[in-house]
Design a protein around this ligand. Sequence first.
Ligand SMILES: Cc1cc2nc3c(=O)[nH]c(=O)nc-3n(C[C@H](O)[C@H](O)[C@H](O)COP(=O)(O)OP(=O)(O)OC[C@H]3O[C@@H](n4cnc5c(N)ncnc54)[C@H](O)[C@@H]3O)c2cc1C
Length: 474
Amino acid sequence: MKEQPIVIIGGGMSGLAAAIRLARFGKPTVILEKHTRPGGLNSYYHRQGHLFETGLHAMTNYAGPKDRSAPLNRLFRQLKLSRKTFRTHEQIGSEIRFPTKSLHFSNDFSCLHNEVCTNFPASAAGFTQLTDFIKHYDPFLKRPWLSARQRLRSFIPDPLLIEMLLCPLMIYGNSEEDDMDLAQFVIMFQAVFLEGFFRPAGSIRDFLEMLQDHYLALGGEIRYRTGVESLLVRKGTVLGVRLATGEEIEAQTVLSTIGAVGTMALLPDCLPGVRNDYVGRLSFVESIYLLPQSTLTDIQHDATCIFYSDRDTFLYRRPAEPIDIGVGVINFPANFQELEPRDPIQIRVTHPANYESFRLADQTSVNGRSSQYLAMKKSWQELSLAKIGKMIGNFSQNIVYLDTFTPLSIEHYSGKAAGAVYGSPLKIKDGLTRYRNLLLAGTDQGFLGIVGAMLSGVTIVNQQLLTVTDQDTA
Ligand SMILES: Cc1cc2nc3c(=O)[nH]c(=O)nc-3n(C[C@H](O)[C@H](O)[C@H](O)COP(=O)(O)OP(=O)(O)OC[C@H]3O[C@@H](n4cnc5c(N)ncnc54)[C@H](O)[C@@H]3O)c2cc1C
């Protein structure tokens, strides 16, 4: 009899990585993806002949090809991808900007170290101790939740420095409001400050095609426009999936990458109250602006990312207003080393946003988005532009094209409940559910961001779906 496949729900970064890992060991695997292309949150679209990337400001965890133990290179080995032929561009350098101080960092950690020593001399020794602590801390050991803020206070006497360090680490990888688990802080400190930012050569489309082609060459199958509508279950076992078309596919195991809430919604016996516990609260609005390169002279454009807060206390939470323009990231996708900027250039601006505000504004919609939603989006876009203009110079008169997406767009394109990019604050680290052959990978398993999502897919496959013998033959 033909072996039933392992069905992977979702062709985002975690689904693709899990699928490649399985296909490498000859496991029959099929990815079911409801959209027309892979990538999920980290994808792309075309407008007016231009390619817009959706989820990539910068990849974290940079490592040169020779550093064999680095997470990025371990990931490549696990996927049997050549790191040597994978061309990367490192960041030019990024900035953390607060009202009274600014800190620069690059992929050379001494840059941040020197900036801390110059700007916060009283905290310099504590910062060195913190770095040492992080290098020796194993974030993957099972421990109870510990407050990163509290632990930081034991090293660093200056509260402003604590806020500034937390700002990029929370924005790029924290599903909790206001504080973060110490283990997640350590993971993000290593990924952002000790290892650093890069982007793959070419566009994210090239990167996704490389992953997809590799998977297909290993014998895997991927089906697009194939939304899973429900899971077929009997006595604690998942038998397969039912598609929106009514088609049923039997499965030996289902690995879901669509989040705990999205997965629970596919089950017949899920109480809505249980689902709500896992809904994340943090979402974002992002605007992408196209500007002629010739107009760049009017603006400050020398960083890869500027993470900012216009309050000395960094507020990382769902804002009361639809958008918090007081916190954000300004990203220049062309500002990576040895990258030829294309004309027109792009600027991307991201702020925390309130999912409920956009959802309520959209409630009256009949066909497509309601006028109230569109008006809300436009007025906040104007406020954001004015704010960013004050920070880097006004460029609103030079915009040739702009697009904004909201928490509702994120929810629509990724299936992440409430548009929560980093999913639920409650993580299911072993990927297990109460169904013996239903597993979770991706955002709600625990690793966040592009590299994190891929590591999550590989980790759950290694822990739950491959035997030691399988892995010994690798
Ligand atoms: C604006 C923005 C900027 C970002 N910037 C960065 C960055 O600079 N660096 C970084 O590292 N990370 C960044 N991220 C985060 C990163 O993109 C995500 O953490 C990562 O891509 C998550 O991958 P995933 O596979 O876990 O989930 P997803 O990408 O959400 O994948 C889930 C997939 O499942 C599919 N799906 C959902 N429901 C169903 C269903 N019922 N049936 C079939 N398929 C379904 C979806 O279509 C999707 O393709 C950013 C995200 C956003 C939104």
